[in-house]
Ligand binder design. Structure first.
Ligand code: 16G
Ligand code: ZN
Length: 529
């Protein structure tokens, strides 16, 4: 192995001795100034992964909803999914190797994975709008160049756009044209085809206010806007021209704080949504006439989408199984509504997109959403084929029409990963077609009041969970204490889990009233302490 170029270029991206990081739920994430060497090495690893899979591999530089000073990086696998788990370990080992160990660690990965270095490789790179992202993506590029790989730098893109182009590149364009323009074309066409059938709605119903979190999503919505007119009239706030990325705005802020972002002008009854910093999450909300804030989070989105799809499935009369995947954070009311009223099977997965995605793949149609607004719908090959067949030769006009709508949904939803823009268009289309206001959508069920808190502990790893993070098995006695506390409230539920992205323990509680949810969350955080 000739790794001289790798070592020579590594001298420009030296690892601070002793610094260790872990490839977690969302790749590497920390203060931007600690990431230069990690980026260089993820460039190297992407090349190896590309050679191993004989496919284009993506590298996205972003720290999503984290503060502007942070940054991060994650690798995208051939079909646009998250990096497989076994390679997360390689990523961690490579990032943490001291300079003098780099060659050995790299050679070990090559040996262990039996990678033939002669195989061609190609890496697709994207980045968000953080000030640090440009230089960090150049560091990734240096790693790619050191291993003499081909690459394509897509520049400023949303995370889901990068997942999309990677998938397109590896499926000979069957998923779409592998460009950002191709993404706009595919989605806007599917959106227009889907809403074609909708009743004529007034201008008011066609207006949507978007909080772009001062990030990449805002930039991309501006680019896409003209493709969506005149059906959808978008009003963009927090577009990055003034405010700071994710500061007092964005989907995470709105969900956790349960209040509107700063910088948005909300009139009673108006439909609003917030993206996060890399536009892979979305939440909706509105203010009622009494100035009360109503949040429609990932659970409400999952319910809306799965109800719509189920309705179409009944019409086309296909025996396709549909399941909804949630996490422990899903509001109890949403789970009950889906199971008892909609009669849709619901499953709980561990937090983190890869876990939900994986579970959703078990169904013909798998709808997954985290309460925080990250989610999508996956259609199996069988489902896609059966639906497509019916669009050509459905028994009746009604069946053909319903099949056509399902096909439009397939084209509109970004099946590689949760996507704020794509999810937004699916939601808007459903609201048009069903002639639903945001209030009516909100009334599908009433959320149980809930509270999230974080607790700083000396070592969050002392907490270990089971049952998709709904119960703790360590430290001893903690679960019993939580059970005891939960018993004293009505409709209550609570759990704690170590965060995968921050050095904290997260606490979730829900109960019949906000006061009770707050009190329970508080009591449980004291038990953790
Ligand atoms: C990451 C995950 C997100 C999860 C969050 C939980 C991906 C792409 N993102 O942002 O799905 O909800 O982590 O963070 O997997 P936590 O472990 O700090 O609560
Ligand atoms: Zn994100």
């Amino acid at each position: 192995m000739h790794l001289e170029a790798v070592l020579r270029l590594s001298a420009h991206h030296c690892k601070p001795a002793g610094l260790t990081l872990q490839y977690g739920t969302a790749g590497f994430r920390t203060k931007a100034e600690h990431l230069d060497h990690v980026m260089y090495r993820m460039g190297l690893l992407a090349v190896l992964r590309s050679k191993k899979t004989k496919s284009v591999i993506g590298v996205m530089v972003t720290a999503s909803h984290n503060p502007e000073e942070d940054n991060g990086v994650k690798l995208v696998d051939p079909m646009g999914e998250m990096l497989v788990q076994e390679w997360e370990l390689h990523a961690t080992n490579l990032a943490n190797a001291e300079e003098h160990e780099l060659q050995t660690v790299l050679t070990n990965i090559i040996k262990q994975e039996a990678i033939s270095m002669q195989v061609e490789s190609c890496v697709a790179i994207g980045r968000d709008t953080r000030p640090s992202s440009e230089n960090l993506s150049l560091a990734v590029l240096d790693g790619v160049i050191a291993l003499e790989s081909k690459y394509q730098d897509y520049g400023l893109v949303t995370t889901p756009q990068l997942h999309y182009v990677v998938c397109c590149r590896n499926t000979d364009g069957r998923y779409g044209e592998p460009t950002v323009e191709g993404y706009y074309q595919k989605l806007s066409q599917a959106f227009k085809d889907l809403v074609e059938q909708s009743p004529d709605c007034g201008a008011e119903q066609r207006c949507l206010s978007i909080d772009g979190a001062n990030g990449i999503g805002a930039l991309k919505v501006k680019e896409m806007e003209e493709h969506l007119q005149p059906i959808l009239l978008l009003q963009l706030f927090n577009d990055g021209s003034k405010g700071k990325l994710n500061h007092a705005c964005g989907a995470d802020y709105v969900k956790v704080q349960q209040k509107p972002p700063e910088g948005i002008d909300m009139k009673p009854g108006e439909r609003c949504c917030s993206f996060d910093g890399d536009a892979d999450r979305i939440v909706y909300y509105y203010k009622d006439c009494d100035d009360r804030f109503h949040l429609l989070d990932g659970d409400k989105i999952a319910t809306l989408i799965s109800t719509f799809i189920k309705g179409l499935l009944v019409k086309v009369d296909l025996k396709l199984n549909m399941g909804v995947v949630q996490t422990a954070y899903a509001n109890g009311s949403s789970t009950r509504y889906l199971e008892n009223i909609m009669k849709v099977p619901v499953y709980c997965a561990k937090t983190g997109v890869k876990h939900l995605h994986h579970k959703a793949q078990e169904f013909d149609i798998g709808v997954y959403f985290e309460a925080n607004g990250h989610g999508t719908v996956l259609f199996s090959k069988t489902a896609e084929e059966q639906i497509r067949q019916l669009t050509n030769m459905g028994a009746s006009e009604e069946i053909r029409k319903a099949a056509q709508m399902l096909e439009n949904v397939i084209n509109l939803i970004n099946q590689t990963v949760g996507d704020a823009i794509s999810d937004m268009l699916v939601i808007e289309a459903i609201l048009f077609l069903k002639n639903l206001t945001v209030q009516k959508w909100d009334e599908m069920y009433t959320d149980l009041p809930n509270r999230q808190l974080k607790v700083t502990v000396s070592d969050r790893k002392v907490i270990d969970t089971t049952d998709a993070e709904r119960r703790t098995v360590k430290p001893p006695g903690l679960q019993e204490k939580i059970d005891e506390l939960v018993k004293s409230y009505n409709l209550a539920r609570s759990f704690v889990r170590p965060s995968g992205t921050e050095d904290v323990v997260r606490v979730y509680a829900e109960a019949d009233t906000q006061e009770n949810a707050d009190a329970l969350a508080h009591a449980v955080s004291l038990a953790v302490y």
